[in-house]
Ligand binder design. Sequence first.
Ligand SMILES: C=C(O[C@@H]1C=C(C(=O)O)C=C[C@H]1O)C(=O)O
Length: 450
Amino acid sequence: MDRASGERRLAGDPGPATRLAKEVDLVSRSRELEDVSFGAIADPADGARIQWATPDGLEVVGRGVAARFTASGADRIDRVREQAARTFAALDHEGPSVARPRAFGGVSFHDGHDESPPWTGFGAASFVVPRMLVTRSDEATWLTTVTPDDATATDRIEHWTERLADLPPMRPSGTAPGVAASRRTTSQAAWTDQVETALDRIADGRLTKVVLAQALEVDLEGPIDVPATLERLRRQYPNCYRFLVSNADGGTFFGAPPERLVSKRGSRVETEALAGSVPRGETPEEDEEYVDRMLDSEKFRREHGLVVDSIRDQLDPLARDLTVEDRTIRRLATIQHLQTPIAATLADDRHVLDLVEALHPTPAVGGVPPAAALETIRETESFDRGWYAAPIGWFDGDGDGEFAVGIRSGLATDETVTLFAGNGIVADSDPAEEWEEVQLKFRPILDELR
Ligand SMILES: C=C(O[C@@H]1C=C(C(=O)O)C=C[C@H]1O)C(=O)O
């Protein structure tokens, strides 16, 4: 507010009596940082609260809360967007666009989320604009502080510049905490029953596809350092997203998902269908054999095609043009998927949260038809999905943003991590094969724990 009136004075502007000045409640100021270790900034001892990294090289670490948007119920995404619109309208950012303040967070998989352990503190929709952000792109690293006024901004920028300069140049990526014991929420016998229930519903015609999931509760031998775990995941899964969201109740949801839910910049939207999974082989030839098996299989083609069709149907009403690209193979360290990139140009101005709402859950994590699939998930799964398989990402004051699907993920509390993984069930699914595919999807996080 100081700055707004100061600028008016400098510009000789008579002030709000004759002109409606922007009401500024928060100021955001940035400074370029040189030679900082990004890993060191993410140190949990330093209270890092969010971390976000995209396959194309944007990385953000944030701490503190300048603004928080939370909501529950079926209209939770709309309500977050409304709260955020008020905050961003009263926020003045001075600095490059890449360093602008963004709201980071996510929503629960189900809209009727009611908070129970281990998800205590996560809520049905929760986003924060951090008070301090460090943003790294290909070109530079920026420090941003978001504070109530200019004097505090100057103070905080100085404070953080000094603190960050004192950090060690490199942060060790640590060692795995070790696994003491693990418990499945779903035995193989229970899984078989669950898949058979889904197959009966498919045979009845009530359901075409449903993605069923499991959780694995892991007791660790020592405390987990989640940022260090993410750093190790970067090496194994360099082309995946990486995220961390920790809350005041001590829970940290983190993961390395390969799947983009949606990104929006201006009128440009990018998403993808990622569905259909086979293992990696021991040799390049074996890799190809698995891929050929997937490409030749009518079941895999159908399972993948349902996701492409559904995304196209959801986006089409919002788009001026829409392109479904050629199907490719997404090869990760432990698993291979069928992938179809989808891009669109929006017909009207939209918020990225509108797109999140339109797309979530895609049949890559929910099913077809959506209502029958969600009912089957609710009735047959014996654990709370919480934020697993749900949208996780960021948006800004222009309504641009990017969201991943919160898979290949785990929820860490003290010395336990609960891992989540699921797989698409369609007609002809075999419970034992589906079981094996689910186990592959625990591996990204599990391998870094043991
Ligand atoms: C549900 C998960 O993965 C999703 C399901 C897939 C499948 O059914 O083949 C593949 C990729 C993801 O869209 C998971 O990793 O937990």
